[in-house]
Design a protein. Structure first.
Length: 124
């Protein structure tokens, strides 16, 4: 039968950094990829924007003004190329849905031309 002190030590969570050997370390959260977009095509009918990086809360703050400006162009549709998006959370989806709602109020459309594993959806 093992000594109580030894069995206690082994049950106290070496993974939490206790006990001999230091245990495992929790890695820091990954840095999010900076979000950006560029206009890749512009015509009478539509403007195509390529989004890159992460679509998250920070992206909403960063990208919303420029995306709204693109909606103000004479084009009838804003086409989004999301193939460069590596991560999309609910804040990113809200950014896209908000863009679509503003487009509908202006009588315009928002289309997703290319998706990524992180963001595959389609709105017209």
């Amino acid at each position: 039968m093992p000594e109580p002190a030894q069995s206690e030590r082994s049950l106290m969570g070496r993974g939490a950094g206790q006990g001999r050997g230091g245990g495992t370390q929790v890695p820091p959260p990954p840095m999010s990829s900076p979000s950006s977009f560029e206009t890749v095509a512009e015509g009478d009918d539509r403007i195509t924007l390529a989004l890159r990086g992460d679509l998250d809360l920070e992206a909403g703050r960063t990208l919303r003004p420029g995306l709204n400006q693109a909606l103000g162009s004479p084009a009838r549709a804003v086409e989004l190329d999301l193939s460069g998006v590596g991560f999309c959370d609910c804040s990113g989806l809200n950014l896209l849905l908000g863009l679509r709602q503003r487009a509908l109020l202006l009588g315009k459309a928002v289309r997703i031309a290319a998706g990524s594993p992180a963001s595959t959806a389609s709105w017209t």
